[in-house]
Design a binder for this molecule. Structure first.
Ligand SMILES: Nc1ncnc2c1ncn2[C@@H]1O[C@H](COP(=O)(O)OP(=O)(O)OP(=O)(O)O)[C@@H](O)[C@H]1O
Ligand SMILES: [Mg+2]
Length: 330
């Protein structure tokens, strides 16, 4: 059974017009279609990478599957159980078994807590262990993320570097022994020099502790290092999903293709073609009908600009893409 199964997930935000727009007579409530009919699953121990440009709905998806945000439509099953029906003890168990690591470790850590208390906060709130076991587990977790407990347990967030803070964030998530970790760009605030270390750490811990993971990043080279499968979103819709090898070596959606082509080649003598994306970036506020990528797609024809969104279609073993012209472009 999949650890996480997401079906038809949709999130629309309603935004009220500003005072100025109302004075100018443009006063209707706008709908931001941040996530639209998104379906995917994550298997046991699997790392699913999620990529796509800014504003395409990656963080919204993360918040929805951790139940930090309510969906407008669709279903999210954690180990077969719909998460929106969870209450009481079941909800508390879900909250401990599904953990999120945020992009900015400074914002997500309480500045008045020591490192020890930051990591112990979750287990204490859930009443998981007695004081002795909590101490043992917190100190062991600190050591696992490469922070010697004797040096770090009494420090405050402002007394650490960004990389150290992110390690504390990872320790606070993993001390609860989650079955699913949602990592929303956990490296993007860090120096390139620290990223590789944290990435190795996460990969090592995922192998040792066996959790499943949704790992969000803009950076396909990071994802090809850590993920088993890759999902590419464009303005709220899933453009493509498949094994990391299939999507990187043979992307089928024109947007996925452009993303892959934009990754710097390892051999600097080899010049990749410049990705062919032109045209206006469509916005998720009242988006036009049809494929969300149509306004920038070099292959778009009339059919791409009419409803509905293209559906995900199988193009190989577990490899799916959502493009009206898949057959012709193959
Ligand atoms: N609470 C909210 N209210 C209104 N609109 C929102 C809200 N949260 C997100 N949005 C909008 O939804 C869309 C998707 O946002 P989201 O944060 O999921 O993007 P993202 O893919 O994580 O982008 P980034 O790579 O910049 O982090 C954006 O247009 C954003 O402005
Ligand atoms: Mg985001």
């Amino acid at each position: 059974m999949a650890v996480l199964e997401v079906r038809g997930l949709t999130k629309h935000f309603e935004v009220r017009p500003s005072l100025l727009s109302r004075m100018l007579g443009d006063g209707g409530v706008r709908v931001i279609k941040a996530v639209e009919d998104v379906s995917f699953s994550i298997g046991e121990g699997e790392i699913l990478g999620l990529a796509g440009e800014s504003g395409c709905g990656k963080s919204t998806t993360c918040l929805l599957i951790t139940r930090l945000l309510e969906p407008s439509a669709g279903e999210i099953l954690f180990k077969g159980t719909p998460i929106h029906t969870l209450e009481g003890g079941d909800l508390a168990r879900f909250r401990s078994k599904v953990q999120i690591i945020f992009q900015d470790p400074y914002e997500s850590l309480n500045p008045r807590f020591t490192v020890f208390d930051l990591i112990a906060e979750g287990p204490r709130a859930l009443g998981l262990w007695d004081a002795h076991e909590t101490e043992e587990r917190v100190l062991a977790m600190l050591a696992s993320v490469g922070l010697p407990p004797q040096d770090y347990r009494a420090r405050y967030p402002h007394e650490m570097s960004g990389g150290e803070r992110q390690r504390v964030g990872i320790a606070a998530a993993l001390v609860l022994e989650p079955e699913l970790v949602v990592a929303d760009e956990p490296l993007s605030m860090l120096d390139v020099s620290i990223r590789a270390g944290i990435l190795d750490l996460l990969r090592g811990l995922s192998e040792r502790l066996g959790f499943s993971c949704l790992y969000v990043s803009h950076d396909l080279s990071i994802l090809s290092n850590i993920a088993d499968r890759l999902m590419i979103m464009y303005l709220g819709m899933v453009a493509e999903i498949g094994s990391i090898e299939d999507v990187i070596s043979a992307p089928r959606h024109p947007y996925a293709n452009a993303l892959v082509e934009a990754v710097p080649a390892p051999d600097p003598r080899y010049k990749r073609p410049i990705p062919k994306i032109h045209g206006d970036i469509a916005r998720p506020v009242d988006p036009p009908p049809g494929c969300r990528f149509a306004s920038r797609c070099p292959h778009a024809i009339d059919v791409c600009r009419v409803d509905p969104l293209p559906a995900l279609v199988g193009v190989g073993d577990g490899h799916l893409a959502a493009c009206h012209r898949l057959g012709e472009l193959a």
